[in-house]
Design a protein around this ligand. Structure first.
Ligand SMILES: *Cc1c(COP(=O)(O)O)cnc(C)c1O
Length: 372
């Protein structure tokens, strides 16, 4: 309860989404259990086709998480020790973890402070003879500036892997993320815009060879049963998760539009803080609604006092994480990212959130920021 006795507002409320589709979900889950195929069965195959069609690519390969999707694509691209992959330091750990787990080195370029995405003007200066791929992230649900990245990649003849974990359904120049680069990596973790009830992920690509390689690697390096041509992993999207995702996918565009509508409400009512910038030619699906204010901690404290969910994505940029201390990139080297990490604050955002709830969030933020 807040000081005024209002009900708490969570950062994300998945129960409202589930309730909306409860009958259909329960029917599909029960049918899956009764069917007796739980791994790599008909539901996963069907959802792969539907997801490929939704994104606008030839192939989609279901895997166990967004993290695995990133890792398996990089592996399939042949990235390994001695290689460098250019990416952003302002993202979830999985982006750079996947690079490092392949034995390659992440090369971090600073961000555009307006969109929080990779500053593409800095990418040419980060390229070396060892650069083997570019890995932009569509952070918070807004696509990175893909056209200049694709031009650079073509000049250098290197692939581009899009981290689409936060941006399922977002578009750039009218095309969905995951169809712009060489491949896309998606996450269906419960808090993402399209989510399952556990871990799940997907690789998208129109490169048949790359898709086949990921398919082989996700199943212990095997194309033919019990023949293992490479060392792979065990990483599949299971039938129950696929069943759930297939029920939800047809509703995703409507849900994303609903999130954009709530973002519009926020944008028109918030004062004294910087609201998310919108880059031209892109749709933003607001996986997070992230404001900026130098008074971040005071605003966060006031939200807590009123029982309103909030989070800081990301408190510590990846180049300053202990696991990457070996890269020797110290504080002060990526100033736009470091400043953002001190000022960002993500507010409640989920489809099913009411106008009244959005209004209450704005009132608390505005009051706290006016008090300064
Ligand atoms: C969530 C997320 C991932 C990882 O996805 P999981 O399914 O949790 O493994 C990767 N990158 C970004 C940007 C994410 O937000």
């Amino acid at each position: 309860m807040s000081p005024e006795g209002d009900a708490p507002i969570p950062l994300v409320d998945l129960t409202r989404q589930h309730e909306e589709l409860r009958r259909e979900i329960e029917r599909e889950v029960c049918a899956t259990l009764a069917g007796g195929r739980y791994i790599l069965g008909p539901r996963e195959q069907r959802f792969e086709r539907e997801f490929a069609e939704y994104v606008g690519v030839e192939h989609a390969v279901g895997v166990a998480s967004g993290t695995d999707a990133l890792y398996l694509v990089l592996k399939a691209m042949g990235i390994g020790p001695g290689d460098e992959v250019v990416t952003t330091p302002f993202t979830f750990i999985a982006t750079a973890e996947a690079i490092a787990n392949c034995g390659a080195a992440p090369v971090f370029v600073d961000i555009d402070p307006a969109t929080f995405n990779m500053d593409v003007s800095l990418v040419p200066g980060a390229l070396t003879p060892r650069t083997r791929a570019l890995l932009p992230v569509h952070l918070f649900g807004q696509p990175a500036d893909m056209r200049p990245l694709m031009e650079l990649a073509e000049e250098r003849d290197i692939p581009v892997l899009e981290d689409c974990a936060q941006a399922t359904g977002a578009t750039y120049d009218g095309r969905r993320v995951g169809s712009l680069g060489t491949a896309g990596a998606f996450s269906f973790f419960p808090t993402k815009n399209l989510s399952c009830a556990g871990d799940g992920g997907m690789v998208t690509t129109s490169d048949a060879g790359l898709a086949a390689e990921v398919r082989m690697l996700r199943a212990h390096g095997s194309r033919t049963r019990y023949v293992h041509e490479a060392l792979g992993v065990n990483s599949r999207l299971d039938e129950l998760q696929a069943a759930l995702l297939a029920v939800k996918l047809p509703h995703l565009d409507r849900w994303n539009a609903e999130r954009a509508r709530i973002a519009g409400l926020y944008g028109s009512r918030l004062a004294g803080v910087t609201v998310p910038a919108r880059a031209p030619g892109r749709t933003h699906v607001y996986n997070q609604y992230t404001i900026r204010t130098p008074g971040r901690d005071a605003v966060a404290g006031e939200l807590s006092r009123h029982g309103i969910g909030h989070a800081v994505y990301y408190e510590t940029p990846l180049h300053l994480q202990p696991c990457f201390s070996g890269l020797g990139i110290g504080e002060g080297t990526l100033p736009a990212c470091e400043k953002a990490s001190r000022e960002v604050l993500s507010l409640p955002m989920f489809h099913g959130m009411t106008d009244d709830e959005a209004g209450r969030v704005c009132a608390v933020v505005n009051e706290a920021s006016a008090r300064g």
